[in-house]
Ligand binder design. Structure first.
Ligand code: FES
Length: 586
């Protein structure tokens, strides 16, 4: 540890004037207006005495089933806030539900972040509890809070309980992808598939695999933005309510100390999170979300940092999609604090990184124990010794592409094959089941126009299903390349986030059937075997066949979304715009 890594945070003096005092702390007409209308909710006068006013930013929605229990948790947060001497005020923001939103939930992450940012700045709030769960809700809330930079703390909804079908664990998403491939291969009947549907979602909560929701809850904890132990507690476990209660207590003290996201989210915090992501076998979506969060707090994190800091990290969390267990078992084994402790003891973390508790990340985990070494594995039994996200570059992806080795097949990590190209997702759907499609297991499947601008929104379609005629041979994996994302619950030798994307005129756009493609994970290379001249010629002749949107949010998205290599945030949302109190017009 160097001096520069030491926690430099110095709490502010308390009591002092807070930003909510601008609304509530006076006797003018405007102050009376602000207080009086609030009092129509039955709030006693002494709640406006200058105590911290805490927003509870809630992504509850019945359209986001993974977050459908968050109103109950909000009540628990309120108990904690009142107990600690604060005034809780709950408010809704746009809830980004992964399972239903079209064209893809990712298209709305930035919109939700904008909603959070404006709600925080415009309202009389001194601090905020971010109630998140489903995939995009966690990054959206953190991004919005970072752009305002008032004290903020995350409490996650927690994962669903284990699902079981005929005695086997059913992992959210992972089982769905596997079963749909089994149907194509003739190994499962449609009737069994429908029966299995009932077993996939056993309780409220987010996906129970180490998918994107669990990954992002883990990232929030690893970054220091949630209380230790937050990520893995099942949604319906009483300890989830305790976590919400304690979080409510803690935010009041954070406001008194003025402990803000910018104090916590240092470069060291991001490096810690990247390493934790490698150890948990986390979702590739974390790459995009952490780059976007870093952009909001002004930390110069790059795509290459993912490879640099994740490279030598063993994946020790034996959870689907990379391993065998589910989040419930991860919690019983000790959860994320055990993983953080292991990395810290191995010298792979910045131990003094500050957390929302006011203590360092090391202080939070030093006394935890691993209660199940089959779930949190010893390093010599790790799922892979190279668990980090690999960043590939080459003439097919000049700005980079990513691959998750822990979800890939070892024998395909060095592969050369003939490209079979799908111009977009409709083209893929139209051709993939055609028995006459000229494809075998040695080919490389290439999917275009599924990036941020192309889909639009960058859908989770990168793990395209294999052709039935290949599946029937018992083949389970092929090299697949796209500018899309992949669900954190998915698996395979899948190259994702190819940047620049096809719709922005990246080289992916001009790959043709029959081109020879080389994937060389060891040397981080993604190459199409054509000359520079041929590539330049093809790019010069390229024209997009996609129509630009004419209006509405989709146009804003199309015109301003940045590449996956920098987090797919909007160009005008990057950075922190602060919490200066807007002018009063009443
Ligand atoms: Fe909501 Fe997976 S679909 S967490």
């Amino acid at each position: 540890m160097t001096d520069s890594e030491k926690n430099k945070f110095v709490p502010k003096e308390w009591p002092r004037k807070l930003r909510s005092t601008e609304w509530f702390g006076g006797t003018s007409r405007d102050h009376i207006y602000h207080r009086s209308w609030m009092k129509n909710q039955g709030l006693p006068a002494d709640l406006f005495d200058g105590r911290p006013v805490i927003g509870i930013c809630n992504t509850w929605s019945q359209l986001t089933p993974c977050n459908s229990h968050l109103r109950d948790l909000a009540e628990r947060v309120k108990h904690g806030i009142y107990e600690a001497g604060g005034l809780p005020l709950e408010f809704p923001v746009f809830s980004v539900g992964e399972s239903s939103l079209r064209p893809t939930a990712m298209m709305y992450r930035n919109m939700a972040a904008m909603d959070v940012e404006e709600a925080l700045r415009a309202n009389p709030l001194d601090g905020v509890v971010l109630l998140a769960g489903c995939d995009k809700t966690t990054p959206a809330l953190i991004m919005g809070a970072c752009s305002v930079d008032i004290p903020a703390i995350v409490v996650s909804g927690g994962p669903m309980l284990n699902g079981y079908f005929r005695g086997e664990r059913v992992g959210s998403g992972t089982a769905l992808w596997q079963m749909s491939e089994d149907i194509k291969a003739g190994k499962m009947t449609q009737e069994d598939f429908l029966e299995a549907e009932q077993s996939m979602s056993r309780s409220v909560g987010s996906c129970n695999t180490m998918g994107t929701a669990s990954t992002m809850a883990s990232m929030a904890e690893a970054l220091g933005l949630a209380l230790s132990g937050n990520a893995a507690i099942p949604a319906v476990d009483s300890r989830r309510r305790v976590m919400a209660h304690l979080t409510g207590r803690r935010i009041v003290d954070m406001v008194k100390d003025d402990l803000k996201p910018s104090d916590i989210l240092t470069r060291q915090a991001f490096e810690n999170a990247i390493r934790v992501n490698g150890a948990i076998g986390g979702s590739t979506n974390a790459v995009i979300h952490l780059l976007a969060i870093a952009g909001r707090v002004g930390v110069d994190l790059t795509l290459d940092d993912w490879d640099k800091f994740g490279q030598d990290i063993a994946t020790i969390v034996n959870l689907m999609p990379s391993g065998k267990y589910l989040m419930e078992e991860f919690f019983y084994a000790g959860g994320l604090p055990v993983v953080i402790k292991h990395l810290a003891e191995a010298g792979k973390l910045h131990n003094n990184a500050l957390t929302v508790s006011g203590s360092s990340i090391w202080e939070e985990v030093q006394n935890v124990k691993n209660w199940n070494p089959d779930v949190i594995l010893p390093v010599d039994k790790a799922l892979t010794q190279k668990g980090g996200i690999v960043v590939l570059k080459g003439n097919l992806a000049p700005k980079g592409a990513v691959l998750k080795p822990s979800a890939a097949s070892e024998h395909l990590l060095q592969h050369r094959g003939r490209a079979v190209v799908f111009e977009d997702i409709d083209d893929y759907k139209a051709k993939i089941n055609d028995e006459n499609l000229d494809i075998d297991e040695n080919c490389v499947m290439v999917l275009k126009n599924c990036g941020p601008k192309g889909y639009p929104g960058m859908a989770e379609v990168g793990n395209m299903g294999l052709p039935p005629k290949v599946l029937r041979k018992g083949i389970k994996d092929m090299v697949r390349i796209s500018d899309a994302r992949m669900s954190g619950t998915a698996y395979g030798t899948v190259v994702l986030h190819t940047t620049p994307e096809a719709a922005a005129g990246g080289p992916l756009a001009v790959i043709q059937n029959g081109d020879m493609i080389e994937l060389d994970v060891k040397n981080r290379r993604l190459h199409v075997d054509i000359s520079d001249e041929e590539m330049a010629q093809r790019l010069a002749n390229w024209k997009s066949h996609l129509e630009n949107p004419k209006g509405g949010y989709i146009k804003l998205f199309h015109d301003h979304v940045q590449g996956a290599d920098t987090g797919a945030d909007f160009d005008f949302l990057k950075g922190c715009r602060g919490a200066a109190v807007p002018k009063d017009s009443h």
